[in-house]
Design a protein around this ligand. Sequence first.
Ligand SMILES: [Zn+2]
Length: 280
Amino acid sequence: MAHRLVFRFDVDSHRCLGEGTRALSMVAARHDVAFTFFVHMGRATDRGRLARSVVLRRVTGNDVHRLSTRRKLGTAGLLRLAVTNPLVGAADGEEIRRLVAAGHEVGLHGGRNHRSWQESADRWDHRRLTAEIGWGLARLRAAGVDAPDGFASPAWTTSSAVATVAADFGFSYLADRHGTVADVFDLGGPLPEVSTNLLGEPGGVGYLEWCRAKGWSDRQLLDDFACRLHAIDDLAVVYDHPFWAGVHDADLVDRMLGIASRQGVEVLTLGAAVARELRG
Ligand SMILES: [Zn+2]
């Protein structure tokens, strides 16, 4: 069974940073634990692509359980995204500094645009990746995070070049693998990699979002969570986004932490788990 548990939240949109992160931070404080937030510093979407996907209601396949953008952001949030597509992390350094001051880990999530990374970064060359990650890192430093440990690619879109460029920039680990694997750590590449293993599959969907897309009740979700904690060996890494887990389901995160606490599971940040693994 898992002895250690990480909550990893990817900050993708304007509704993640602020409303979502504040709600999660309050839950963490109640349990005296810290979370890991991978913050996207650029813009969440490409407005042309967003309009097409909303009109066409493009989905990834019947076996992928995820909620619509409108359900996750709300109608007002979706409209704001479609009309202004605001900067995410670069627009709210104050909230990033507040998260760090509260003891949370803040890592970098992609470059200038979450959507274009998601759709194209696996084909970007070394030069383009250097420009994208360099841009994000400069904004994160401007927000007060001088040397983030972790890098995570939007939508798991990655390549061996991403690992090389992130290593060149001084990151100490990469969090681009997901799914149930025998070994949660892979120390063979240019950067140590850690797998995110408590989420919705296929597709690598946020765990709470995936449970809700399946229509599960609170009870079903919590029973499944307890069961998965039991089945995972040593380190469990839960994945979701603050615009869902914080805005809609913070109470469930609170109850998940209660289950972990009753089972004697230690809650730590991803950076701390990787550092401990590297020390052996
Ligand atoms: Zn993301």
